[in-house]
Design a protein around this ligand. Sequence first.
Ligand SMILES: [Zn+2]
Length: 133
Amino acid sequence: MLLIDGADAPYWNGLADGALMLPRCEACGTWLWPASDRCGSCGSIQVAWIERAMTGTIFSWTRTWHRFGFTEALDLPFVSIVATVDDCDIRLLGRLDDPDQLDPQIGEAISGRIGSTRVENRDIPTIIWSRNA
Ligand SMILES: [Zn+2]
């Protein structure tokens, strides 16, 4: 478990424990992202964290060729993905497992696993997406 707090702590702690946990309003069923302690649709404070499968589709992507802050541990180039998680409206940032360096396609089906990215002296949980075969 990571030692973090805030509305999205269950997300980060879930990844650290091997599960994708996402928040949903128990009153109206709206998925809440960014995470919040109160539903923006109905105002309820009844928020449930629900384990989701790491499957989705590519919403957007970019390939990074030049290093910038906090990417020192990554091999260049690397592909960042914004993925829409299946069966909810939540979009998450992650990295694409990109051995062949073929351009991803918007809407392409992908599956995720939990890895980590070394940032300074910490390992940050990271979703690593792969193309579905
Ligand atoms: Zn609600």
